[in-house]
Design a binder for this molecule. Structure first.
Ligand code: PGA
Length: 251
């Protein structure tokens, strides 16, 4: 049985003061929530403050990106050593990182390995763009991304990685994938690829989230799908009012 995971990706939103207010609100609203992992991923600047806000609570903390080196001359970057004293999760290979900051499959794979070495749990994003979707390339493309992301990982390492299937055309657009179609892509391209690489046991252990315009009004349809174990949420994670129903839907 896979524990659902509902994660908020705040992207480049919230000052430290605003982040503390939102995280405090989420923490206080979910005290009685059990059976679902709740994770907040604020900007780097708010991680230290939120570590204190969330200490001893049932809400986990994650970063939105990470460099693969432990330290060095990489101006503007944040390393696994820096993150591991602040948080437990790290989003890697988000489509916005791939699209706007030239992240490659190879780089994402390197980061996943380093995150795991440091005890950080990666949330690895995959997903096709609109042109690929319309050309019927989704299954092959997403399968290829999964294969590249997990390249060289042991079965034990693979089993703790979380994958987020996020069709790029559904992110922040208000459009969502059809829940049954998303489930099929996850079953075939994500679990199917993992089954080829590691066998069925690992493929069934890996938690896979859906992401892309998840809102209180559509979350139940995604959570009802057998291969969808939660959601990676952008816009609707920016208020307690919108995020709380998503957490409850994960229960
Ligand atoms: P969205 O973002 O919920 O605003 O579509 C999802 C994401 O990018 O993780």
């Amino acid at each position: 049985m896979r524990t659902p995971i509902i994660a908020g990706n705040w992207k480049m939103h919230k000052t430290v003061a605003e982040a503390v207010e939102l995280a405090t609100g989420v923490r206080n609203a979910v005290t009685d929530v059990v059976g679902v992992d709740v994770v907040l991923c604020p900007p780097f600047t708010a991680l230290a403050a939120l570590k204190d806000v969330l200490a001893g609570s049932n809400v986990g903390l994650g970063a939105q990106n990470m460099h693969f080196a432990e330290q060095g001359a990489f101006t503007g970057e944040v390393s696994p050593l820096m993150l591991k004293e602040l948080c437990q999760y790290v989003i890697l290979g988000h489509s916005e990182r791939r699209q706007f900051f030239c992240e490659t499959d190879e780089g994402v794979n390197k980061k996943i390995k380093v995150a795991l070495e440091h005890g950080l749990r990666p949330i690895v994003c995959v997903g096709e763009n609109l042109a690929q979707n319309e050309a019927g390339e989704t299954t092959a493309f997403v399968g290829g991304q999964v294969k590249a992301a997990f390249d060289g990982l042991s079965a034990e390492e693979a089993a703790v990685v979380i994958v987020a299937y996020e069709p790029i055309w559904a992110i922040g657009t208000g459009k969502t994938a059809d829940p049954a179609t998303a489930n099929t892509i996850i079953a075939q391209s994500i679990r199917g690829t993992l089954a080829e690489m590691y066998g069925d046991d690992v493929a069934q252990k890996v938690r896979v989230q859906y992401g892309g315009s998840v809102k209180p009004g559509n979350v139940d349809a995604f959570m009802a799908q057998p291969d969808i174990d939660g959601a990676l949420v952008g816009g609707a994670s920016l208020s307690v009012e919108n995020f709380l129903p998503l957490v409850k839907a994960g229960q």
